[in-house]
Design a protein around this ligand. Structure first.
Ligand code: GLN
Length: 312
């Protein structure tokens, strides 16, 4: 394996890529969650964290934004620890839906089985399958994993949580469909409520890059030194990300960039170069699939410059 460029070269790459693409036009903030519509659209950040814990960053890296769907990665990591990847595959799935992240049609076509833990239905099923005796324990275990897989400081935003809990009617409908089909493993409103909370924690772009670097480093957080998940669960987790991490754009993303990734409607996006590094980008305007327009471009450019495509 070719080694990475020097630290100064990596920093220059991050600076130049950020400069070139942080104001790329196109896309719009998510608006179905009122809070997200109010986030300034011109924010942008780009961060690389290597598998040895070196950090290279540019832009609004200290700005805290809603983790949203990227929370699904931490919950899936925890669930794989609880029940093992094969049970996740059997009860939730490992296939792309080819449809939007909150699609009811995707459920209807498959007897209300979610297919992927990285769409809303599968994420609520994942929450419901975690080992927990109470809603509070379910939530605390998720928050704890979010902290361990990033940099330890994440908190719930009451403002975002309120904004989501009072508007998440579509997700509640999905949770009931899952429950009716035997694919929700706790009270469906508990699954939806805890899932909504897990989407409402605040992260920085650097937190997301540490999460990506932890997956690049076989589950050992390179900043804290903690093994946060079993090394053998990383490959199936990355496979799930390849299939559905950018929703109905995942195939194109694999084709163009060739790295497992995960996006959130808060504008965050991360990608994993196994054994090498994690990259994260943030910028609120989204394309039609719900993926950050500038984030995709910045990560694609870094991946190309460093020749990171795993299929090459
Ligand atoms: N909280 C959002 C939702 O459930 C997360 C979706 C996303 O980031 N794609 O709709």
């Amino acid at each position: 394996m070719k080694s990475l460029p020097s630290a100064s070269e990596l920093q220059a790459l991050v600076d130049n890529t950020y400069q070139q693409f942080h104001a790329l036009p196109g896309g719009e903030n998510a608006s179905y969650i009122p809070y997200l519509a109010s986030v300034p659209s011109d924010l942008a950040a780009l961060v690389i964290v290597t598998a040895t814990g070196d950090i290279f960053q540019a832009g609004d890296c200290e700005y805290s934004f809603a983790i949203e769907s990227i929370s699904k990665v931490a919950t899936l990591a925890l669930l794989m620890e609880d029940v093992g990847p094969e049970t996740v595959r059997e009860k939730i799935g490992a296939e792309p839906t080819g449809l939007p992240f909150n699609s009811v049609l995707a459920l209807c076509e498959h007897q209300d089985k979610p297919l992927s833990p990285l769409v809303n239905a599968g994420a609520m099923a994942s929450v419901s399958l975690l080992k927990a005796d109470s809603p509070e324990e379910r939530w605390q275990r998720i928050l704890d994993m979010q902290r361990r897989i990033t940099t330890g400081k994440l908190t719930l935003s009451e403002e975002i949580n309120q904004s989501e809990q009072t508007t998440n009617f579509h997700n509640r409908g999905i949770a009931w469909l899952l429950y009716a089909a035997g694919n929700c493993f706790c009270d469906p409103m508990e699954a939806c409520e805890v899932y909504t909370r897990q989407c409402s924690t605040l992260v920085t772009c650097r937190d997301l890059a540490v999460m990506a670097a932890t997956l690049a480093n076989l589950g050992e957080n390179p900043v804290s030194g903690e093994q946060v998940m079993s090394a053998e669960n990383v490959a199936p987790l990355l496979a799930e990300m390849t299939m559905e991490g950018l929703y109905d754009y995942s195939g194109d993303w694999a084709f163009e960039v060739g790295l497992p990734g995960k996006s959130g409607v808060g504008g965050g996006l991360l990608a994993v170069a196994p054994g090498k590094l994690g990259i994260a980008a943030f910028s609120p305007p989204l394309d039609e699939s719900g993926n950050s327009v500038r984030g995709q471009r910045m990560i694609a450019e870094v991946a190309k410059a460093l020749n990171l495509n795993i299929y090459r």
